[in-house]
Structures are given as structure tokens and as C-alpha cells.
Design a protein around this ligand. Structure first.
Ligand SMILES: CSC[C@@H](O)[C@@H](O)C(=O)COP(=O)(O)O
Length: 371
């Protein structure tokens, strides 16, 4: 499986290597990042993108930001720089909660290691960044196994944006069940939405699935209703940037429309998300900050003007899908359904050993029973 070999984010001890996703599919080019400023820019400009990959990159970026602090500094001095650098990285993108989750996790590690020398603290922080990445791979595989319980051989799914291997440490979230279906010998086909304006579906998902030898058909976003009406789609699976405590989900702009279409065609609409994407501190989707991006992405996205230069533009990068449109949320700890307000709380209470991923041909799969 071609994509399994590609590490979109890796660190060799000195340099952070980031697959420049803005260059795909034309070029498989890696950025060599040695400063926190370069890392911030890579996140801001979507060179590294996808919620889990942003979190991993930020963890390494934070290490880059503190690694030159003088070894004779006090803990408080080190912590001051750490906090400043962390706030700086937090300003790169607002919606994917994994960014903030990873920065918080790095801080928790720093606090847990208080008392060690400055050089030891740096080593522990690098260790934590490595752990965040390694765990993400496990988590995505587990999401894939749980998601597989909702699929069957011969099925066609539709996905939006890119929630694949390059958006995570490996496997992806929405695409993890597809990769595992292939490992299992199933023939699962995918419709990839092009995903305007930045074309993550065509540039990244279509490329990644094709590399992996998975049957993928590219459509523009506006064709989703047509293929659903034809009966060609048996499930929609998308990733997400933040799940609110009530189960509302922020994901790439266009996801909400797809959820409405899926409902109209009685097609299950699944969201795949690691626990690190669930934000129990945000009550509902109305409170999720939605990133707005530069107008040029819409009026000059293809390298040539596609609109009058001075036209008014609204360019939100994400939308919010209300929880009532979501059939189930697939996490590494299991699958949850309505009422999300309760089932998500239960999920955080449970130990992961209680929910061994399974797969089969059953629609009911490995579900969490919620009161
Ligand atoms: C596993 S990636 C999940 C989401 O981050 C993904 O679906 C998405 O919307 C990414 O948006 P992007 O703007 O490309 O970072």
C-alpha cells in the first residue's frame, strides 16, 4: 500500500520533515523545517493539514521553539519561553482542536517533568512529540477496525476533503476503514469529492487512494447528490476537525451539505474522529471557531482569475454539521450514536481495553450501548 510508506510528518532528531501537501499530486516534496516560525507557516499555509497531522507537527514545532533555550535557564524561564512559543503556534489555525490538544499535552509533560535539568526537559518534550505521533498511528488503526464493522465487501463510500494517511501519522480517520477493508481483501470503492476551494479531495484523497490501489472515482462537490440519487453510495464517511460535547461536528466546508444529502437519500453519514478531536469543553457547534481564509483561494485558486478581482468573497474553511444528521461517530474506543451528549461522556469514562475493535458484515458492528 503506497501511502503507508509516506510519513507526512517526521522528525530525525534535528529536522522536522513535512510533506508539502500543497504540491501534491504533482510533486512529492518535503520541507526541511528547523525553526518554529517555519513550522507555523507550514500549518498556516496548509502544507501540513488535517487535524491529527497538525497536532503532530505542532508538538515537534514546539520542541523546535524551545530547543535553543540556554541550559542554565531556570525552570520558570524555560516555562515562560515554552508558553510564549505555544501561544504562537496556537495562532496558526483556529478550528482543528488537535492543535490545542497537542500543545496542552506537551505542557502537561513539561509540568510532570519539573525538577529535571533544562536539557532533560527538552529531551522529554521531544519524547512526548514522538509519543503523540506513534499513538496517532495506533489510534487511526483502531478507528479503521471499528469503522470496518460498519462496512461490507462490495460497498461504495463517499468521502469529502482528505482524512487519509497524510492527514495523520498513518491510515487516516475516514479512510482508515477503507485501507483496512483492502487489507481484509474486500473490494470497497470510494467517491472522492473534489472539495472546493483548495481541492483536498482531488489533489490528496484521489492521489492517496490511487497510490494505495483503491478504486476511487473523483467527482466535483456539486455531483454528490446525483451519485446518491443513482444509488451508487452506501455510506458517507468524513473526518473532522472538532466534535463538540453535543456531537455537532466541524469539518471541511461542504460537509454539512453532504450530511443533508445523505439524510435525503437515507444513506448513513459517519464521522471518524480520534478522541483527541472531541472537545468536551465546547458545548455545541455554535461555539466552534470557524476559520475564514483568503479570498484569493476562491477567485484565483486555479492560478488564473476565475472571478472579478474586486468581487466580495466569503471563504469559511469549515462548516458545522448538526448532531442529528450524524448516524454515528467512529472513534478508537468504539462507535457512538445519539444521544451524543451522553454517549460522548460515557466514551471518556471507559477504558480502551473494554472496546476491542472487531469487524464483520453487520450494520450493527461494535457499537456502544448508550442509555
Ligand atoms: C483526519 S483529517 C480530518 C479533518 O481535519 C479533515 O477532514 C479536514 O477538514 C481538513 O481540513 P484542512 O483545511 O485541509 O486542514
Amino acid at each position: 500500500m503506497g501511502t503507508e510508506q509516506i510519513q507526512s510528518v517526521s522528525f530525525d532528531g534535528k529536522t522536522l520533515h513535512i510533506l508539502d501537501q500543497t504540491k501534491l499530486p504533482a510533486l512529492k516534496q518535503f520541507l526541511q523545517i528547523t525553526t518554529i516560525e517555519h513550522c507555523w507557516q507550514a500549518i498556516k499555509e496548509l502544507k501540513v493539514r488535517g487535524a491529527p497531522a497538525i497536532g503532530i507537527a505542532a508538538a515537534y514545532g514546539l520542541f523546535l521553539g524551545v530547543r535553543d533555550v540556554c541550559s542554565s535557564a531556570t525552570f520558570d524561564e524555560f516555562d515562560h519561553v515554552f508558553q510564549e512559543k505555544s501561544d504562537y503556534l496556537a495562532s496558526s489555525r483556529p478550528t482543528a482542536v488537535n492543535l490545542f490538544w497537542a500543545l496542552k499535552r506537551m505542557r502537561a509533560r513539561l509540568m510532570a517533568e519539573k525538577g529535571h535539568s533544562i536539557e532533560d526537559l527538552k529531551a522529554k518534550l521531544l519524547q512526548e512529540a514522538h509519543a503523540i505521533k506513534a499513538e496517532d498511528e495506533e489510534v487511526c488503526r483502531s478507528i479503521g477496525l471499528h469503522g470496518l464493522s460498519l462496512l461490507h465487501d462490495g460497498m461504495t463510500i463517499l468521502t469529502h476533503c482528505n482524512a487519509g494517511g497524510i492527514a495523520t501519522a498513518k491510515y487516516g480517520t475516514a479512510l482508515a476503514p477503507v485501507y483496512l477493508a483492502k487489507e481484509h481483501g474486500w473490494n470497497v470503492k470510494v467517491f472522492a469529492d473534489e472539495t472546493r476551494p483548495l481541492l483536498q479531495g482531488s489533489r490528496l484523497t484521489a492521489w492517496e487512494l490511487q497510490e494505495a490501489g483503491i478504486d476511487v472515482t473523483l467527482i466535483t462537490d456539486s455531483m454528490a447528490a446525483f451519485v446518491m440519487a443513482k444509488g451508487w453510495v452506501q455510506a458517507v464517511i468524513v473526518g473532522c476537525d472538532r466534535v463538540a460535547a453535543n456531537g455537532d461536528v466541524a469539518n471541511k466546508i461542504g460537509t454539512y451539505g453532504l450530511a443533508l444529502l445523505a439524510k435525503a437519500h437515507q444513506i448513513p453519514f459517519y464521522v471518524a474522529a480520534p478522541m483527541s478531536t472531541i472537545d468536551m469543553e465546547t458545548a455545541s457547534g455554535a461555539h466552534i471557531p470557524i476559520e475564514e481564509r483568503d479570498a484569493r483561494e476562491i477567485i484565483n485558486g486555479f492560478g488564473v482569475p476565475t472571478a472579478p478581482a474586486d468581487v466580495k468573497v466569503f471563504n469559511p474553511a469549515f462548516d458545522v454539521t448538526p448532531n442529528e444528521l450524524i448516524t454515528a461517530i467512529i472513534t478508537e474506543k468504539g462507535i457512538v450514536r445519539q444521544p451524543y451528549q451522553e454517549s460522548l461522556i460515557e466514551l471518556f469514562k471507559e477504558k480502551s481495553e473494554n472496546s476491542m475493535p472487531q469487524y464483520g458484515n453487520s450494520e450493527e458492528g461494535n457499537q456502544h450501548v448508550t442509555a
